[in-house]
Each structure stands twice: as structure tokens, then as C-alpha cells.
Design a binder for this molecule. Sequence first.
Ligand code: ING
Length: 314
Amino acid sequence: MTRELTVAAGQLGPVARDESRASVVERLISLLHTAHHRRAELVVFPELALTTFFPRYWEEGPEVIDAWFETEMPGPATKPLFDEAAHLGVGFCLGYAELTPDGHHYNSQILVERDGREVARFRKIHIPGHEDHEPWRRFQHLERRYFEPGPDPFGVWPAFGTRVGMMICNDRRWPETYRVMGLQGVELICCGYNTPVHYAPDPSQDILAPFHNQLVMQAGAYQNGTWVVAAAKGGVEDGVDSIAQSCVIAPSGQVVAQAFTAGDEVVVATCDLDWCQRYTTTIFDFDRYRRPEIYTRITAQRGVDRAGDEQARR
Ligand code: ING
């Protein structure tokens, strides 16, 4: 009897700057119903799903900035989503801006099981963009001003009859993200993202945005023998075009389902969880083939060190 789990990416189209959380939650519940109707047991929603992607704005004053954050999860605006999901017996992963009781600001995701139980919270580890106002840009990307980097390493939790991990947006571009979860036996990674097409520091990358989005997740899935479910907030949001292409990727690296639109859309796939072992017990049998004693630079260094050239030539 194969272990199967039907999952969905609950893709959101644009969320307007003045759109209420209640309005967004209604859209999320609609996606939840569609996913449930299509037999999904887990729905992955985008990063910062409850509001427009506010790091595109330079804003000042803690009360202005904190208004984008949730101090409770679930709170009054999101409880209807939690209640409806538990009623339907569908689990979900939701991205949101988290303001903790002790004053920390994180770009977070919460994973909720089918019975409504909170499995885990994950705080985004790789924070892209910049800290200061850079008016030369068409729009800002001030995640490094608004969010602290997550304090905890990537985790993997037993849930949904498998081993589930989480990553958020820019995390998906770093191979370490997948490997740290792969080394914990992850079989399904939930990822939300908001990715503008335009990359101000190097506009030559703009045309490659959809390719790079898929490249990193297909590689990460294959090299660690895991499923990846990725949900975008896409379309033109307050004048900024973001990629969509939410998808489900198999441990083989194949994209098995993908969004057709840049709007609210459910992408569903049934995952054969035993497919992971076809890779993790053969070509990517970590314990047999990896050489961590050779890779020490990966955790010893942050940036590049060229001083080693001399040694290498000896
Ligand atoms: N977004 C981006 C990402 O890594 C980014 C960062 C912005 C990349 C613009 C390219 C262009 O997908 C987030 N939210 O991490």
C-alpha cells in the first residue's frame, strides 16, 4: 500500500494595498474549498498571504509598520480560516508577517494539521533585499528593514503521514535550505513566495525569473529526494508584476502540476511519498556517498575566501 498525500498550492493573485484581511481570508477559504473538493488534504498558501507585499514600500513609524503584522495566529481575522480548515479536515501552511509578544518581527509560516493542531512555525532564514531607502529603485524590497532573520534552523516535523519541512521564498534559492531538511529525512517541503519579475540590482535576470524559480526548486527536490509544494502570490500587485507558476515538484525533479494563471488558483497533485526513497536510497544515499569532512567551508565561511589559492597550488 503506497503512502499517498494529495496536496494543493493555493495561489493568490494580487492583494491590494488597502485590501482587508477579512477579504483575503475569504479568498483563502474559497481556495480551501476548491482544494478540498479536489481531495487535497494539505493546502500551501503564499508568503505574506494576508496583505499586499508591503516590503515594496518605504514606511516609517512603528505603528505604521506594525500594522502589517499579526500579533496572534490565529487572530480574529484569521480564525475563520482555521475553523473552516478544521471543519473540512484539511491542513494548511500560511505565510504571514509575525510580531511576537516579545517584539520580534519575522516573515513566518505556520503549518496546521487536518485536525486544526498547530504543527510548527517557521521563520524565514534568508532575508533578501536591502535595509535603507533606495529611491533609485522602481519599488523597494525592504525585507531586511522589516524582518529579523529566523533564529531557528530549518526543521522537519512528522505530520500528514510523512515528514514535512518549510521554507519561505528566498530560502528556496539556497541549496543549504534543502540539504539541511534532506539530512532530517524530509519528504515534503512547503514553500510560499512573492517574487517580483524585476530584479533592480541586475535587470538582466528579469527575463529569467520564472526559469530561476523552477530551477532552484527542481534541483533542490531532486538532490534531496523530496516533494516540493510552492505557492505564489502573483500578478500585478500595486503596479509591481510578480511571477506566479505555483507548482508541485516530485523527488525526481519533475514539475507534476503547475498554475495556468497569475490569479487565485488551486494546483493539485497526489504525491506518492514512497517515491522519495527511490532517490534517497540510491543515487542520493547521503550516508553512503556524502563527504562532509571535505565540505567544511560550507559552514565555516559566509562569503568567498580566495586566500586558499596558495595551498591549492602546493
Ligand atoms: N522575494 C525574492 C525571491 O528570492 C527577489 C527576492 C526579489 C528575487 C526580486 C528576485 C527579484 O524570490 C522574496 N520575497 O524573497
